[in-house]
Ligand binder design. Sequence first.
Ligand code: NAI
Length: 598
Amino acid sequence: MSSSNGKLRYDGRVAVVTGAGAGLGREYALLFAERGAKVVVNDLGGSHAGEGASQRAADVVVDEIRKAGGEAVADYNSVIDGAKVIETAINAFGRVDILVNNAGILRDRSLVKTSEQDWNLVNDVHLKGSFKCTQAAFPYMKKQNYGRIIMTSSNSGIYGNFGQANYSAAKMGLVGLANTVAIEGARNNVLCNVIVPTAASRMTEGILPDILFNELKPKLIAPVVAYLCHESCEDNGSYIESAAGWASKIHTVRGKGSVLRPSLDDPVTIEYVKDVWSKVTDMSQAKHLNAIGEASGTLLEVLEKLKEGGADAVEDTFEFNSKELITYALGIGATIKNEKDIRFLYENDSDFAPIPSFFVLPGLLLTMSTDKLISKALPNAQVDFTNILHGEQYLEICDDLPTSGTLVTSGKVFDVMDKGSGAVVVTNTDSFDESGRLLVRNQSSTFVVGAGKFGGKKEPIAGVVPLQPAPSRQPDASIQYATSEDQAALYRLSGDRNPLHIDPQMALLAGFKTPILHGLCTLGYSVRAVLAQYADNDPALFKAVKVRFSGPVIPGQSLRIDMWKQGTRIHFRTVVVETGKEVISGAYVDLKSAQAKL
Ligand code: NAI
């Protein structure tokens, strides 16, 4: 309700304010009355420690209201007798629309010195009293489909305060009470919010520094409480902190958290909890949950995650468009000198398409960008650019490939093997498009030099894609490509910036005389050869590739790809022409259908 001059009004509303004989409650009562509400001024009139009783406190405020032309009655009951307080409202005015649970006392003692009586009295007045008054008012409010309820909390509850164990507990209890009242009343427009005030009153006298005490007038908070109780305010379950003419909402937040075991079949161990503790307590991605259902919803997500790969699954996004596709194609030797390569190099070509091996990148970048995957798998080993070698790669295309988009890639360690001189870590990464369509799967084996002899198994588990030896006959076809001395420098632009491929010092550290070409670049050349030989350069016919990187290539060397056709499986090996050394072995490409071009 608002008057013609735009002032928010409470005409026809009945407001019960507990503890309204002094401090904050008095200001609330005065403001409600001034704006047209009929007010029940409740106050027991005892000491600030909850001793004694006097009618004077409530009477003085009622007088004040009446003198100013407002309507009010006094109620001298303790809030612990909440039903009687509400009865006063019903008897005097026939209804109750607003309840501000404000009455309070203090019995501050350090935890050890807090007596049971100190505990009980404080909790009774604040927590039980608010419960009793709310419980009594609730049926009236629900019936009339209108109600506004305020609980009064405190920073002492939210943050804790020395010497206020009883009070802090009660004040946080009120937050919990408000949470549930807000839910139970919502359907009937009975809304419940929390005020967290700081004001000068007899309660804070001697506690707040003088300079603050004089600025923290209760009058500055009353409009916040009054607004929360107005029919135009639709907040429900909010906690509002207010002081000194300032107010702000307070939220509880929850971090992203961490799964506490590798898979559903594993137990949760103290050691695992310790290992992931920094993730458990990381609040960088904290979020507010609006309802308890959201909390259990996350638990379902956790179970799903465990089924998919557990705590060690990591995720990354990968954005690409024609620029990335063309840069990649150039990086693996596609050239406008070959008219059939134009489709990989010119975005306006009617057949513009990615070279399928481009899609090794999201998996590789996820594995590289995160030390999480490989180093987590080998917690006791040093893992860096100088001691990792790309061992094997498998790529499978699962759906039609787009020419631009954002992929979400999720990866996990799939297997770890102990090869003595080093460890092999097998990672699986799945990449999805924006609509959740699985586009590609990658599996990479990384050899970590010097990380072996940890007592692990030697053989791979099922699901590690095996290599296929080439037939023993002479190759059915061979294609030769010259690489340029700048091949690695160009290929780097597709994302793999490992300095081993450009920095002579880093190459020396890793045991090579000069920087070497990326294994995946050689894979790209090889895939191009198979597509050219058996698929008329149609990338849509490509299904999968598996390779083992068996030796280094120096940029500038020439590559010969020897191929054997076995139905739709094209076995191949890649050889450095200048040295005759095999650099890709046991490899094959699966095509959807193959042309019998020999
Ligand atoms: P206050 O002491 O000035 O007023 C509290 C009133 O409640 C008193 O008039 C008292 O007689 C009455 N009361 C006490 N026990 C009662 C009972 N059993 N039944 C009915 N009335 C009773 O205190 P103030 O500062 O105005 O506090 C109001 C509320 O705000 C309290 O709940 C307090 O805990 C809370 N609060 C106050 C802060 C402040 O900075 N003043 C800080 C945080 C919370």
